[in-house]
Design a protein around this ligand. Sequence first.
Ligand SMILES: [Zn+2]
Ligand SMILES: [Zn+2]
Ligand SMILES: [Zn+2]
Ligand SMILES: [Zn+2]
Length: 182
Amino acid sequence: MIVSSTYYASAKYRSIKPELEQLQPDIHSCPVCLQMANLITRDDVIPAFTEHCRVCNQVEHYLSVPCPGCEQETRLDEGDEPFSCIHCGHTADRYDLVDEDDSLPEDYHPGNTPAGCSQCDGYDTVCQYASGYLCTQCLHFTETLGCCDYCSYSSTTVSEYSSMCGCDFCDGHPETWDLYDD
Ligand SMILES: [Zn+2]
Ligand SMILES: [Zn+2]
Ligand SMILES: [Zn+2]
Ligand SMILES: [Zn+2]
């Protein structure tokens, strides 16, 4: 089983090698199939990375964050596991680690975070980050948040008809409910 999948991976690797050579130096070894076919791309705006292996199609998203314990850049993988530093073992809540909201409770603040993420249906997973908002669960970054006119909850995608249809986190006005029934 392992022999045949390794065989398959190296055959596939040979077939796409010319294409991969164009993409140097962003190609690294894949932790799953061990081929030099793992393309790492960085988001244009924030230090978020996507690894996509062209041989086995393994995809990983992660954010590079300075560890509060040892200050080394550490990888925070997408998901809902708490942050745990591979260098010093420091652990932290994902949201607290990434959130850059430094307003004080006594400041006037519209208070649109924590917000909801329409990409992963995360409730209260979106924090303030860099010039916008970042979902601490799926690492989706957006410049702006919407606010639902029906339930007043902020999230990454809100329809312009939210006063009737609601958002991903509420059902909207009861008058609209039967519109979706067959
Ligand atoms: Zn792979
Ligand atoms: Zn650390
Ligand atoms: Zn999300
Ligand atoms: Zn809503």
